[in-house]
Design a protein around this ligand. Structure first.
Ligand code: HSE
Length: 436
């Protein structure tokens, strides 16, 4: 049987994992694929590393463009990352009629429409299971397993670094900065963890999820992105007292008037399975009309978990390469001429319940003023918690949980609450989702 010849671009953590797993499970994988999958050449700037991992089992080069041009290569696996050279390599591979596998969520979230259009034109596959939630086969589930359904919403813990930080803040009462240091010491966070902690990495993934769940173009620039850097340990504590946990979620929700696409910290009921996803694990909850809720859990990063997704894509390509391109599973789940122009809604139109924490002077009438402002904005209160002030303290924290309202109603109420003389400083607002 003619092997599938793979050119691997980048043999870092995931590339090394792919090499190891493909070698270890070669027989099992080829029984599934119907033909052997061979890594024929590896390109990496670090030739010594590439040689030490491959041990002479394949060619090694430091010229990734030579791999893309190599007529012996059927599939290019791009594991370089970023949106610079990786984009050039992917587009050149497509132009030369090669299939592509990539784990690069930033590249697809920003340039995916262009890349998939080019692939469509050339009749090649661009597979990206590893780009979203690492080893969890969420792309496969959304694109194929749930194909009967009208998908309503998806909510996921899709960044392991931030989930680890939040778990540490809650368990040990650490500040954000302390928990980040711990994540860095354990090697979870990148040396520059900005994309993780500012929610950008999760937003790249949520953008791809929204596209394949609802059949809309990829629109990262319209996503609302808020990370966890401003979270305070005190809010995790109050959330806990009220029966909630705080998670950084990527949310894609389809409404009649548009799509909510947002990443931000969220209070979710502690009894939900998603609330109990701890440490660096990922999980994605999908709500669809026929099947109801389904939950996908696993490792969102790491050498072999991510390699598992990369190799599953290679198996798909080995099986489908000979199929007429029009009869393959579409890149974005829906036929390319059937995408909707449903708009991505601005965050002010999003509907969520809210957690509000205010520091107030402990005197009569303050709560009455706050509740009147909320009532004026037609925001209904779900729960109220007031910390008992220390002896002689004179001020205290009030926590208000609201029912669902539009973001702009909450914004207006918060502005008015902050203008009250008895309210000290800014109101802390977190969004709350009960995920039912
Ligand atoms: N940096 C990501 C995370 C892993 O922390 O989940 C790769 O997407």
């Amino acid at each position: 049987m003619n092997p599938l010849h793979v050119g691997l671009l980048g043999i870092g953590t995931v590339g090394g994992g792919a090499f190891t797993v493909l070698t270890r499970n070669a027989a099992e994988i080829s029984r599934r694929a119907g033909r052997p999958i061979h890594i024929t050449v590896v390109a990496d700037k670090n030739l010594e590393l590439a040689r030490s991992i491959t041990g002479g089992a394949c060619r090694v080069t430091d010229d990734a463009f030579a791999v893309v041009k190599d007529p012996a290569i059927d599939v290019v696996v791009e594991l370089i990352g970023g949106t610079g050279i990786a984009k050039e390599l992917v587009l050149q591979a497509i132009e030369r009629g090669k299939h592509v596998v990539t784990a690069n969520k930033a590249l697809l979230a920003v340039h995916g429409n262009e890349i998939f259009a080019a692939a469509q034109k050339k009749g090649v596959m661009v597979a990206f299971e590893a780009a979203v939630a690492g080893g969890i086969p969420i792309i496969k589930a959304l694109r194929e397993g749930l194909a009967a359904n009208h998908i309503k919403w998806v909510a996921g813990i899709i960044n392991g670094t931030t989930n680890f930080i939040l778990s540490e803040m809650r368990d040990k009462g650490l500040s954000f900065a302390e928990a980040l240091k711990e994540a860095q010491a354990l090697g979870y966070a990148e040396a520059d963890p900005t994309f993780d902690i500012e929610g950008v990495d999760a937003a790249h993934k949520a953008t791809l999820i929204a596209a394949i769940a609802f059949g809309i173009p990829i629109q990262f620039d319209k996503a609302y992105v808020e990370g966890i850097t401003r979270l305070e340990a005190i809010d995790l504590k109050y959330a806990g007292q009220l029966g909630y946990r705080v998670k950084l979620l990527g949310i894609a929700r389809r409404r009649a008037d548009g799509v909510e696409l947002r990443v931000h910290p969220v209070l979710i009921p502690a009894k939900r399975l998603l609330a109990n996803v701890e440490g660096a694990m990922n999980a994605v909850l999908v709500y669809a009309d026929a099947v109801g809720a389904t939950l996908y859990y696993g490792k969102g990063a790491g050498a072999e978990p991510t390699a598992s997704a990369v190799i599953a894509d290679l198996v798909d390509i080995a099986r489908a390469a000979a199929i007429d391109p029009d009869n393959r599973v579409p890149h974005l789940a829906f036929q390319p001429d059937q995408l909707h122009d449903l708009p991505i809604l601005p965050i002010v139109e999003a509907e969520t319940a809210c957690y509000l924490r205010l520091k107030v002077a402990d005197k009569p009438g303050v709560l009455a003023d706050v509740t009147r402002i909320l009532a004026d904005q037609e925001i209904s209160i779900d729960a109220l918690l007031q910390r008992e002030p220390e002896e002689g303290e004179g001020e205290t924290d009030v926590i208000v949980l609201t029912h669902r309202c539009k973001e702009k109603q909450a914004d207006a109420a918060i502005r008015k609450i902050e203008a009250l003389t008895a309210v000290i400083g800014k109101v802390t607002r977190l969004r709350l989702e009960d995920l039912q």
